[in-house]
Structures are given as structure tokens and as C-alpha cells.
Write a protein that binds this ligand. Structure first.
Ligand code: ADP
Ligand code: MG
Length: 323
């Protein structure tokens, strides 16, 4: 069982940033509006995610650490209607199999928090505010090979920050904080108005992007595409500042980036490079997010149609407002 979890961990948990992604997604799935992330030593010493979400009942704490136990779907027909970020029930058991994990949770109607470290353990009462704290210590302590594959502290920290930024762009209605080795790296209050949202985007994508970004808000019969289109100096790395979300989930799909890039062709000043933050919504049964364990790629039911609509939406908007 431990081995099965470690193998699953190999697929989903490549590095500290992957742990952060899984834990923060769990917090978002639990309807948290405040998420605090604390990292020590590029994540290999400590990754802690605390939220004010709905919490886990003490009777379910052990389940949360056991394999394929998800509270989010209960039958296979729900697979085509996934609105939560998680659904495989793999992240916590996987992380727990390659680290020293502590899970504390307190639900709304509970008088204290309950803590466990292992699936087999009885929960113990602890002082804790409403919500959940997951602390992951000594990541990959039992997998020296995996540990050796980690990059320099700087690279891992950059990955962590990028992951946090993607998550923060996915939900303006959640406050995000991130501390790295005692230094505050992100402090993003809830952003309701467009100007507050642009302020958050400015902190993540830079003021240069925000200054020339144009808003996009296009609706077709089944999809909507909203967000901001702009450009950055071309000497910046290719994938920098290109964010595409589908139903609130960050996507890194090569075809989609290619389509957006094509829509920019000829409409972008020389020496500039597309930069965008785009939010697409599409009915859940027309998109499959169950393609890969890390859930970065998507498959549409009508690929050509959807790709065509994305292209048109971006191109129309850019043509209307010559950039
Ligand atoms: P999944 O997200 O795919 O369901 P996970 O292994 O990530 O699987 O989490 C297992 C279960 O633990 C979730 O289904 C959820 O019920 C519970 N859980 C995990 N993290 C939290 C959290 N921060 N708040 C509330 N419940 C949580
Ligand atoms: Mg999860």
C-alpha cells in the first residue's frame, strides 16, 4: 500500500511546487476564502497550507489520507460533471507517503481541531481555528533519488512562486498569502472590482502588462472568454505571462497557446510577445479534465469548434482595439 502510494506520488508529486498546487486546490475545493502558505527551505523542509474552508470531520480524517478516498465524487457518471479541482483522492495519500505530514482540521460546529499524521492513527484534539492546516515536512526524505533530482533552491522557489501566482489568478474571490523563509512573497487581498483585479494582475504579471492590457469579454452560445490581452517585450521567456483558465482551472495546453499565438499574428507590435490572462467557461460535459493526473491538459468534445471560437474571440478583440 505504501509502495502504491509512492508510485502514485511519482506521477503527481514531482517537486515542492506540486505539493503546493495540490494542497491549495484542496483548500479552494473546501470553499476557503483565505489561504496562507508557508514555505521553509525551498519546500523540502516545510510546506504548510492553512485555510478557512469547510474542514474535515474528525471521523473522515483518516479517510482523507487513504488512497482513492475522495469526498468529491461518488459515482462514475459524475466524472463528466467535475466542478471541483480534485477528484482522484490521490494527493494527500501520495504526499503523506513521501513526507512527514500533519493534518489538522476543524469544522464550523466543532469546538476544537483534530490532528492526525497517519492513516492508521486516531485523531487527537488540538487548538485550531475553523478550517484546515496541512503541514508537509521533509519532502522525499524516504526517496533519496527523487530528492537528488530537485533543482537548485532558486529554481524550486521560482516554481513555487509560479504555482502560487497561477492559483492566485484563478480566484479573485480568495485572499492569498505566501511566506518563503520568513519573507512575504505574496499578499493578495480579495479583488472584487475590475481595478482591484488589475491590481492583483499587476503584482503578478507586472505593471507594464497592466498598462496596455485590453479587456476581453466575448460570448458564444456555449463558451465565454473573458480576461485581458496584452503584450510584453519579446526577450522575456516564451511561456511567461500567458495564463489560460478553463472553468477556473489553469490549463497548459500546447494547442491552445498555439491558437492564441496565431490569433495575435500581425496584430502585435514588432519586438513584442503575447501576454494574456484568459478565463474561458464551457459546460462541464463538453470538456474532459480527466486526461492526465496533473490535470493540465484538456480534451474538448468538439475540439475544432472550440479551438475556432478561442481563435475568433481573441482575434476579434485585438482587431477592435488595435494594440
Ligand atoms: P481529492 O482532492 O482528489 O478528493 P485529496 O487526496 O487531495 O483528494 O484529498 C482527499 C480528501 O480530503 C478530499 O476529498 C477532501 O474531502 C479532504 N480534504 C483535503 N484537503 C482538505 C481541505 N483543505 N479542506 C477540507 N477538506 C479537505
Ligand atoms: Mg485534492
Amino acid at each position: 500500500l505504501q509502495l502504491a502510494n509512492q508510485i502514485a506520488a511519482g506521477e503527481v508529486i514531482e517537486r515542492p511546487a506540486s505539493v503546493i498546487k495540490e494542497l491549495v486546490e484542496n483548500s479552494l475545493d473546501a470553499s476557503a476564502t483565505e489561504i496562507d502558505v508557508t514555505i521553509e527551505g525551498s519546500g523540502s523542509q516545510l510546506i504548510q497550507v492553512r485555510d478557512n474552508g469547510s474542514g474535515i470531520h474528525p471521523d473522515d480524517l483518516c479517510l482523507a489520507l487513504s488512497r482513492h478516498a475522495t469526498s468529491k465524487i461518488s459515482s462514475s457518471d459524475q466524472l463528466s460533471q467535475i466542478s471541483s479541482l480534485g477528484f482522484r483522492g490521490e494527493a494527500l495519500p501520495s504526499i503523506s507517503s513521501v513526507s512527514n505530514l500533519s493534518l489538522i482540521s476543524r469544522q464550523h460546529d466543532s469546538e476544537c481541531g483534530w490532528q492526525i499524521h497517519h492513516e492508521e492513527e486516531e485523531p487527537e484534539p488540538v487548538v485550531h481555528p475553523e478550517g484546515t492546516t496541512v503541514a508537509v515536512r521533509d519532502l522525499f526524505f524516504n526517496l533519496p533519488a527523487r530528492r537528488r533530482f530537485l533543482r537548485s533552491a532558486r529554481t524550486e522557489q521560482q516554481q513555487i512562486l509560479t504555482t502560487m501566482q497561477r492559483l492566485a489568478l484563478s480566484r479573485f474571490d480568495v485572499r492569498f498569502q505566501c511566506q518563503l523563509n520568513g519573507q512575504q512573497k505574496l499578499n493578495l487581498p480579495i479583488a472584487e472590482s475590475e481595478s482591484q483585479q488589475l491590481a492583483r494582475i499587476g503584482k503578478i504579471c507586472g505593471q507594464a502588462f497592466v498598462k496596455q492590457a485590453i479587456a476581453i469579454d466575448q460570448q458564444f452560445d456555449i463558451i465565454t472568454i473573458k480576461g485581458w490581452l496584452g503584450h510584453v517585450e519579446a526577450h522575456r521567456p516564451q511561456a511567461d505571462q500567458q495564463y489560460f483558465f478553463i472553468n477556473g482551472r489553469i490549463i497548459r495546453d500546447r494547442l491552445i497557446s498555439q491558437i492564441v499565438r496565431q490569433a495575435y499574428a500581425d496584430l502585435i507590435p514588432a519586438g513584442r510577445h503575447p501576454a494574456y490572462v484568459l478565463y474561458m467557461t464551457i459546460p462541464l460535459d463538453r470538456v474532459d479534465v480527466n486526461v492526465h493526473p496533473t490535470k493540465h491538459e484538456v480534451r474538448f468534445r468538439e475540439t475544432r469548434l472550440i479551438h475556432g471560437l478561442i481563435h475568433r474571440a481573441v482575434k476579434d478583440q485585438l482587431q477592435q482595439q488595435i494594440i
